[in-house]
Design a protein around this ligand. Structure first.
Ligand SMILES: Nc1ncnc2c1ncn2[C@@H]1O[C@H](COP(=O)(O)OP(=O)(O)O)[C@@H](O)[C@H]1O
Ligand SMILES: [Mg+2]
Length: 234
C-alpha cells in the first residue's frame, strides 16, 4: 500500500495550560476524502490547527508526503502544500469576491489561477464584483473554499463547511467537495452531520476528547449507524 499523504501520529496539543489533543492518530491517502466526526468540543478544529502549525504548543508527528512538519511554522507548512478553510470562513466584507480570491499568496507552484477557479465555481464569476457582505452564507463558504485553491495546496483542511447552511446549499457544498476530489485534491473534512459526511467521504475518523476512538469506512457506515449515533450523541 502506498504511503499516506498525511500521517498524523500521537499528536498532542495545548492551548496555554489546557491539554486538548491526547495522541490524535490518523492518516489520509492521496486523493482521499476523510472526515473527522465528533461532538462539539471533541478537538476537531484544534486538530486542524495543530496540523497547520497554528497551535502555540504541540508535539508528536505530522508527516506530509513523507516529510516531518511538526517543528515547522504555519507558513512553512502552507508551503509544503496544506491549506485550511477555517470554521469562521474569514471573508473580507469590504473586499469584492475577486479581491478575496486574489488575497491568499501562492506559496507553491500548481495553484489554480482566477480563470480556473471561476471555471470550477461559476457562481463566483457571476458575483466577482460583489462585496463580501453582499454574499449569502453559501456563497461565502464557496468563496472561502475557492480562495485556498490558489495557494497551490494539494491537501485541503475544511472545517465544518456546511455549518448553518440550508439543505439545498449543503448539497451544493457536497457537489463541490466531490468535484475537488475528482480534480485531484486530498481533503480532510470536519463534520458534525454524518448524513452529509456519508455523501462525500471515503472514511470517517471519530474524535472524542482529543483522540481518535474509531475509524469507519464509508462503505460500512450503515452497519455502524447506531454506534455512530451514540458517539455523536444524536
Ligand atoms: N483558543 C482556545 N483556548 C482555550 N481552549 C480552547 C480554545 N479553542 C478551543 N478550546 C477548547 O478546546 C476543546 C476542543 O475544541 P475544538 O477543537 O474547537 O472542538 P471541536 O472543533 O471538535 O468542536 C474544547 O474544550 C474547547 O473549549
Ligand atoms: Mg470546531
Amino acid at each position: 500500500m502506498a504511503e499516506a499523504l498525511l500521517q498524523v501520529r500521537d499528536l498532542e496539543g495545548w492551548y496555554g495550560e489546557s491539554h486538548i489533543l491526547h495522541g490524535m492518530t490518523f492518516e489520509v491517502g492521496r486523493g482521499e476524502v476523510v472526515t473527522l466526526l465528533g461532538r462539539n468540543g471533541a478537538g476537531k478544529t484544534t486538530t486542524m490547527r495543530a496540523v497547520m502549525g497554528m497551535l502555540p504548543k504541540r508535539s508528536g508527528s505530522v508527516k506530509y508526503d513523507g516529510r516531518e512538519l511538526i517543528h515547522l511554522k504555519s507558513n512553512a507548512i502552507a508551503k509544503a502544500g496544506i491549506a485550511i478553510c477555517p470554521e469562521e470562513r474569514g471573508i473580507f466584507a469590504s473586499l469584492s469576491v475577486k479581491e478575496n480570491l486574489l488575497l491568499p499568496p501562492r506559496v507553491k507552484p500548481g495553484g489554480l489561477d482566477l480563470e480556473a477557479i471561476y471555471k470550477l465555481f461559476p457562481n463566483l464569476r457571476e458575483r466577482s464584483t460583489s462585496q463580501g457582505t453582499k454574499l449569502s452564507g453559501g456563497e461565502q463558504q464557496m468563496l472561502a473554499i475557492a480562495r485556498i485553491l490558489r495557494t497551490g495546496a494539494d491537501l485541503l483542511l475544511l472545517d465544518e463547511p456546511t455549518e448553518g447552511l440550508a439543505p439545498v446549499i449543503v448539497q451544493q457544498i457536497g457537489a463541490t467537495i466531490r468535484m475537488l476530489r475528482e480534480t485531484g485534491f486530498t481533503i480532510v473534512l470536519v463534520e458534525q452531520n454524518f448524513h452529509f459526511a456519508a455523501t462525500v467521504a471515503d472514511r470517517h475518523y471519530v474524535v472524542e476528547h482529543g483522540q481518535v476512538i474509531d475509524m469507519i469506512p464509508n462503505a460500512s457506515l450503515e452497519q455502524n449507524r447506531e454506534k455512530l449515533k451514540t458517539y455523536l450523541g444524536v
